[in-house]
Write a protein that binds this ligand. Structure first.
Ligand SMILES: Nc1ncnc2c1ncn2[C@@H]1O[C@H](COP(=O)(O)OP(=O)(O)OP(=O)(O)O)[C@@H](O)[C@H]1O
Length: 250
């Protein structure tokens, strides 16, 4: 069981990278779970999957219904079955969407239940890939507790790499117990490649790979086509494939 969280500043292309990574991993035979933990992200669209409900919806349901349940109801079991209802099973992986952030109510009760439930769900898979925002939201509230590796996507700008540095600091201060942190530079052009490598060295970042700026990807996105359907030989897909191989993901 390995858990990898993909993170980075908004707009750097982390969801695109997550989608392409998932596509490559499905070529192997690992039991794979993909989690969209960024309320602003659109991992299901990138993967071409239609989602109806999220874990956030189920948590709301639980908070609204719990007082109406008979006192001897096992609420953890009820919520767990609701979470399984929102698990989308695709031919080569499963997908869970965390959904909207919490409202103003008290979520401690439901989040405490969710922690145990998520721990158990993750144990069913060889590999879990989480797309999460730069604030590491669900990780910081420990709804998802174990993260082995952090993969920070940056757009190659100095500021992007500084965000990567901040995320590294955040992971340490949250005691996330991350064993490895990698950085991926995305949207790289021949002109900025050398500069990115130099910045990365300066900041002592392990640059696990670079993903080129890809016109085909940009066009797919404009046309609203799932990026997971990008041709295998497109520049970005090949770049992410090399990273997946280097990280031993398939
Ligand atoms: N390698 C690439 N080549 C060209 N365009 C890219 C590449 N990677 C991502 N993009 C484009 O960059 C934009 C941002 O990508 P994406 O939505 O994946 O970013 P994000 O970091 O997940 O942002 P958010 O946090 O807002 O979801 C999209 O328009 C996407 O098409």
């Amino acid at each position: 069981m390995k858990v990898i969280a993909i993170t980075g500043k908004g707009g750097t292309g982390k969801t695109a990278v997550a989608g392409m990574l998932i596509k490559h991993i499905t070529k192997g035979n690992k039991a794979l779970l993909a989690i969209d933990a960024d309320p602003d992200s659109n991992l299901p669209d990138v993967l071409g999957v239609k989602i109806d409900k999220t874990i956030g919806d189920m948590r709301e349901f639980m908070l609204q219904e719990r007082d109406k349940m008979p006192p001897d109801t096992n609420k953890e079991r009820v919520l767990e079955s609701k979470v399984y209802e929102v698990l989308t099973e695709m031919p080569h992986y499963d997908l869970l969407v965390m959904g909207r952030p919490e409202g103003s109510g008290c979520y401690c009760f439901a989040n405490n239940l969710l922690r145990g439930i998520m721990d158990r769900i993750l144990k069913n898979y060889d590999l879990t890939i989480i797309d999460t925002a730069a604030g590491l939201e669900h990780l910081s509230r420990r709804i998802i507790r174990d993260v082995d590796e952090l993969l920070v996507v940056t757009d190659g700008s100095r500021r992007g790499l500084q965000t990567a540095e901040r995320i590294r600091g955040l992971a340490v201060s949250l005691n996330l117990n991350v064993k490895k942190m990698h950085v991926i530079a995305n949207k790289v052009t021949p002109e900025n490649r050398a500069r990115i490598e130099e910045y990365a060295r300066e900041l002592k970042m392990d640059l696990v790979g670079v993903v080129p700026f890809d016109e085909t990807l940009a066009r797919f996105d404009l046309e609203g086509r799932p990026l997971a359907e990008l041709p295998e030989d497109s520049a970005a897909m090949r770049g992410v494939g090399e990273i997946a191989k280097r990280m031993g993901l398939y």
